[in-house]
Structure formats: C-alpha cells, structure tokens
Design a protein around this ligand. Structure first.
Ligand code: CTP
Length: 412
C-alpha cells in the first residue's frame, strides 16, 4: 500500500482523475486529493471525498481535518501546515490533469496555490499528466515549460492522441487513461524503492492467512485468520524497499502492491511454498495461522449426514513449518514468528516459542482482547526478543507492521 497525493487542476479531463482514484483505492493505496478552485467546476470535491474517505483541500491556508494524515493512518496530535504535512506523508505526488497554466506555474516554481506549494515541498516522486488542446500542447511556451519540469526531476506521463474535448478536434493532448496513470505511479514507487528505502537489498518472505485442512471435498478445518496482518507486513516491507514474497493461505484481500504472491490452501502446501522460497530470504515473517492438526483421512466426496447420529473426525499433527525452517536456517537470516495467546501467561508462552523454535522475535497477539488481531484492521502486540520486549499500542495493522520491521532492522 502506498500513500498517493493527487493534485487535480482545472480541465475537462478531471473526470478521469475520479476513475484513477477509484482504481488506486481498489488496489489498496490510500489517496488524498487537492484541487484547484477551477477544477471544482469540472468535478466537485464531494466526489473525491466519497471515494478517498478523506477531506479534499483547495486552499493552502485551509485547515486539514486529518492534519496531513492519509486514510488508515492515525490522526497526528498537532495541527500541521496542511500542504507541507500532506506532501511529506505522501509516497508519490501525481498532478492529473495538469493544465498548461498549472505546468507554467510549476516550471517557474510559483507557490501561490496549494498544488504549487506542495510541489515545491515534495521529496517523494512527482508525476505530471498534462491534458490540453493539441495546439496549446505544441506551443513553444508549453514545450519549454514541460522540458523545464522534466529537467527538474518530474516524471512526465505523456498525453495520448485522439479526440479532444473541443468539438471536432483531435490530436495530442488527451490525458493518459486512468490505468496508465496508476501504472506510472506504481512504477515510480518501485523505482523509488530500488534506489532507497531502509529495507532495500533485503528479501523478505511473509506467510499470511490461515490454512484449510480438508475434511471432505467441501469442508475443512480452518481458522479465523484473514491475512490482514501478514499483508500489512508485506506491503510495508515492499514500500520500504524490500523484495517481498508472500505465501498466502486462503486470503481474500487485494494483493499487497509490489509483492510476489504465491497462493496455497493447506498447511502442507504452505510448507512446500515457504520451503522453496526460504533459502533466498533474508527475513522470514511467519504471520500465517497454520493448522496444528489435520484430518487423518479426508473423504474424497462429500460426507452425507444420512444414517449418522454424530460423527468423529480423527486429527493428526501437522509439521511445524516455522520450526522446520528454523532448523534449516543459514547465518544472516532473521526469523519472526507470531503467537496468538489467550489471556494469562501469554508472555511466558511467547517466550517459550522464541527459544523452542529458535527465533529472533515472536510477535505476541493477545487474542482475548476485543477488536484486535483476528480479521480486525487494528492490532496491539508485544514483540518478544531475547533482549528487551517492545510493546506496540493499538494501531492500524500498517503501523504495527512498520514497528515489526523496525525491530527486524535493529536485530540484524
Ligand atoms: N506455525 C507453523 N507451523 C505450524 C504451526 C504454527 O509454522 N504447524 C507458526 C505460525 O505461523 C506462527 C507460530 O508458528 O508464526 C505460532 O506458533 P504455535 O506454537 O503454533 O502457536 P499457536 O498456534 O499460537 O500456539 P499453541 O497452539 O501452541 O498455543
């Protein structure tokens, strides 16, 4: 997941920015929108607000109710200066559509608008998607301004050719299509990852979700894990520059951006997939809930209830994947396990797992607390290591993921 700041300036192509925001949020990104007053004659801020779930800003002096935070992030305690906080928190800043006027302002570094100020304060990748009439696009002044912003480090998403807004006219100047805009943003993000990020150069293997052990052709022994915590670790690791492989057991969430996802269902499949990827990994984060038992003899068809007053399913123990991988670890690998504990003695049980399974850290979830852990968007954990334990107070899973990755970096 990335934080995308979208600047919308006043052109008829602003309607495509709406589609872009829909695609970006569906792909798991958090988006905030800033608009010029003119652009609001084409698309009302309510439209962007409804899709992003966040207020839209127009003026640099307008207070931001979210104080620069993106959807899913916690509200900062102090009110920041909106244009600086928003762009500081963004992973990418896309201006689409960018009018000839907006490009001229950017080329000369004018800070007399929210978008202009955010542009000057941006340290993340900035992308520009122009849209205008083809004669305006080919004018020497526009050519000069576009060349200037590109020389200043902006990624240009060139306009396409085709029918233009003005009746009967066609040529260059059509805003790139929404899927092209999103692809350009994602490629700028992976470029930024390759060149930086505190996890750059590391390969992180994450298991996520919950395994299903067949009872018959339609029923299984499973658990409540949704994969949210593992996916958050994977997405944050990728956003911080790591190469990420996710082994996903029955996860019904959109793929975390920038990760390779290997889908499995049973514990045995998960064991094989993790085994195949483990040697290349520098860090293993085992967030999947792997069933400890499975039916000894799953039925091939569907078991019928007819003639049965009850039923007993015999279970056998499954392999402990994490313990097996730990036994095969090579020097330089960092291994993190999870422990779902209920109530009393949780810390002692987690500490026991740390030593028994030969791990560097165990992320302890107290699953007796309501509203966190299983299938929730928030979590509160204790990261147990041989050294000092680290408490992570209740927060969105993305932030808990960052805290886990911070601890991994400290341990390496
Ligand atoms: N794990 C595994 N293979 C299993 C079971 C668990 O790799 N067959 C991993 C999980 O992914 C997790 C950790 O081991 O990282 C959890 O350890 P486990 O001892 O199974 O914990 P719980 O199921 O929480 O514990 P228990 O039922 O023993 O209390």
């Amino acid at each position: 997941m990335a934080r995308l700041l979208l600047g919308v300036t006043g052109g008829i192509a602003a309607f495509k920015a709406v589609q872009l925001v829909r695609l970006a949020t569906a792909a798991g990104h958090a988006a905030r929108v800033i608009q010029t007053p003119t652009s609001q004659r084409f698309v009302a801020p309510e439209t962007f607000r409804a899709i992003t779930g966040a207020p839209v800003l127009t003026d640099e002096f307008e207070p931001d109710p979210l104080r620069g935070a993106f959807p899913g992030d916690p509200l900062p305690t102090h009110a920041a200066i909106s244009h600086l906080a928003l762009v500081e928190n963004a992973d990418a800043f896309l201006i689409a559509p960018a009018t000839a006027n907006a490009i001229a302002a950017l080329a000369t570094g004018r800070a007399d608008s929210l978008i202009g100020s955010a542009y000057l304060a941006a340290e993340c990748p900035v992308l520009l998607a122009p849209a205008m009439n083809h004669r305006m696009w080919h004018h020497a002044a526009t050519r000069r301004n576009v060349a200037q912003v590109v020389a200043d480090g902006v990624t240009l998403i060139a306009p396409g050719s085709g029918r233009l807004a003005s009746k009967g006219e066609s040529g260059d100047g059509r805003l790139a299509e929404p899927d092209e805009l999103l692809a350009a943003v994602e490629s700028a993000l992976s470029g930024a990852r390759a060149s930086g990020g505190d996890l750059a150069g590391l390969h992180v293997l994450v298991s996520a979700g919950g395994t299903r052990e067949p009872i018959d052709a339609v029923r299984f022994v499973g658990n409540r894990s949704s994969g949210r915590m593992g996916y958050a670790v994977a997405a944050r690791a990728a956003a911080r520059g790591a190469e990420v492989t996710v082994v996903a057991a029955n996860v019904a969430l959109p793929d975390p951006p920038g990760c390779t996802v290997v889908r499995v269902s049973t514990g045995e499949e998960l064991r094989r997939a993790c085994g195949a990827a483990f040697d290349a990994a520098d860090v293993l984060v085992m967030a999947a809930a792997v069933s400890d038992f499975r039916p000894v003899a799953p039925a091939g068809g569907k078991i019928k209830k007819e003639g049965r007053a009850g039923m007993t399913i015999e279970l056998e123990a499954t392999a402990d994947v994490l313990a097996e991988l730990s036994a095969a670890r090579r020097p330089g690998q960092t291994l993190v396990g999870f422990a779902a504990e209920h109530g009393d003695g949780a810390l002692e049980h987690a500490r026991g797992k740390l030593t028994r399974k030969g791990l560097d850290a165990v992320v302890l979830n107290d699953v007796s607390q309501p509203g966190i852990a299983f299938d929730a968007t928030e979590n509160a954990v204790t990261i147990v290591t041989a050294g000092e334990d680290r408490q992570v107070a209740r927060a969105p899973k993305d932030q808990v993921a960052d805290a886990i990755l911070d601890r991994v970096l400290e341990l390496r």
